[in-house]
Design a protein around this ligand. Structure first.
Ligand code: ARG
Length: 464
């Protein structure tokens, strides 16, 4: 098929170059945004008297028809037929409505056109991504609500450290996801300017009305510099960076779920529908979903690297390198959506095993800090109390005791300030319930955290 730009050329494009250059196989997913942008552009051209009003109307009608046909699956995009989605829509339009179609590209370049389409596409996708993150937060809240008093070990260095509750642990992730939502929203702010009207790089001599187009397409401002307008892919990088951080969070939780469902922990059991078996070991039940999410995190980081790397050496303004933004951004979006769609129901359906969590919390001297605090509350300086309890832990280990089973005489040998009520003070439930400091694991405090996240979710639902 002859290229729209064939006039200057004496030869046909080499077949391999044609396929290498063409992006229609992946950018065709922006068909609706391309049509939306062209409709607004055509309306502006008509209003400004740059093209006849009837032509503007014919263009809009023609584009509507193309949209319907693409959606009905009647149009086949192939590199033989089309270079990219922008050329495809214009070619299709001209085939359908003749000369009026040839007027659509007045005062516009593919450079500002693709800059616009990509913004419109990313804007829409951010809305969907944000919705999926909010759904995952809902699942975490529901799980937390059911586990406000489920005591488990909290870890540092993956060593049992202090007792917390499962709800407290889950709310940590809810807070991370809340920041992810904010980051996604920041990306929306970052792309909220219209690039169309930048032309190829240096604007245009036509009396265009960029504010009108911005209004039609829901942008709050117009990009201020035409070179920047066609060269800016910051918002793609911001999106992939936000998605990388989001994936890092999903990956950390995945890693924990993998640990939790191992026989070594057995804190949870995944639903059969969300786990997989082994081809040889009949007993196996594997957390493949979590492992894939952990693995795909690397892939999204890779997408971010792709963008950062190909952009770093580009002189202004447009360079074809920038066509590489599509596959990276699309891949990051698809990957994150797929992960969120499977992760939320996987968490919602897993069985929590509170008895095993509590059992683990009873071993490992998780109440040692509380034991030291007991002495501090009786007037000992914390360092001295710390030392005394360190010695107690040593005695326990020598005698096969825990702090709960060690006889009072042993306590008093090391520090006479210990009395019978120490056992109450170091009881696991007391340790959790007394950690009422702001942000701590005490059920009443986690309830406050939960209330805040739920209020956030309600507010976001109203905004959507
Ligand atoms: N397919 C191209 C892209 O994705 C569209 C812009 C082409 N512009 C150009 N001057 N060749 O970047």
């Amino acid at each position: 098929m002859a290229k729209l730009w064939a006039g200057r050329f004496q030869k046909e494009t080499d077949r391999t170059v044609n396929d290498f250059n063409s992006s229609v196989m992946f950018d065709c997913r922006m068909y609706a945004e391309d049509i939306q942008g062209s409709m607004a552009h055509a309306a502006m051209l008509g209003r400004q008297g740059i093209i006849p009003k009837e032509d503007a109307e014919a263009i809009r009608e023609g584009l509507k028809g193309i949209l319907a046909d693409i959606e009905a699956g009647n149009i086949h995009f192939s590199p033989e037929a089309y270079e990219d989605i922008h050329m495809a829509n214009e070619q299709l339009l001209t085939e359908r409505i003749g000369d009026a179609g040839k007027r659509l590209h007045t005062a516009r370049s593919r450079n500002d056109q693709v800059a616009l389409d990509m913004r419109l596409y990313v804007r829409k996708q951010i809305g969907e991504l944000r919705g999926l993150v909010l759904e995952l937060m809902e699942v975490l809240c529901t799980l937390a609500e059911g586990n406000m008093e489920t005591v488990m070990p909290g870890y540092t260095h993956l060593q049992r450290a202090q007792p917390i509750t499962f709800a407290h642990h889950l709310m940590a992730y809810a807070n991370m996801l809340k920041r992810d939502v904010r980051r996604l929203e920041n990306c929306l702010d970052g792309l909220d300017e219209l690039p169309l009207g930048s032309g190829a790089l240096a604007g245009t001599t036509y009396p265009i009305d960029r504010e009108f187009v911005a209004g039609e397409l829901g942008f709050s401002a117009v990009m201020d510099n035409s070179l920047d307008g066609v060269s800016d892919r910051d918002y793609c990088i911001e999106l992939c960076s936000s998605l990388s951080i989001l994936m890092m969070h999903l990956s950390r939780l995945s890693e924990e779920v993998i640990l939790w469902c191992s026989w070594e922990f057995k804190f949870i059991e995944l639903d059969d529908a969300y786990s997989t078996g082994s081809s040889i070991m009949p007993q196996k039940k594997n957390p493949d979903v979590c492992e894939l999410i952990r693995g795909k995190t690397g892939r999204v980081y890779g997408d971010l690297q792709t963008l950062l790397t190909f952009m770093k050496g580009l002189p202004l303004a447009y360079n074809k390198d920038m066509q590489e933004d599509k596959e990276a951004v699309f891949d990051a979006i698809d990957t994150v959506k797929n992960c969120l769609k499977v992760f939320a129901p996987m968490l919602a359906t897993m069985t929590v095993l509170p008895a095993n969590m509590e059992l683990a919390a009873r071993k490992g001297f998780l109440n040692a800090t509380d034991c030291a605090d007991y002495l501090t509350k009786r007037g000992l300086p914390f360092r001295d109390a710390y030392k005394a309890v360190g010695t107690l832990v040593h005695v326990c280990m020598e005698t096969g005791n825990t702090l709960d089973t060690l006889p009072l005489e042993e306590y008093q040998k090391i520090c006479p300030a210990f009395e019978e009520d120490v056992y109450q003070a170091i009881d696991l439930m007391t340790c959790v319930k007394e950690r009422k400091s702001l942000g701590g694991p005490a059920p009443e405090e986690v309830a406050r955290q939960l209330g805040k996240i739920k209020a956030f979710l309600t507010k976001k639902e109203q905004e959507i």
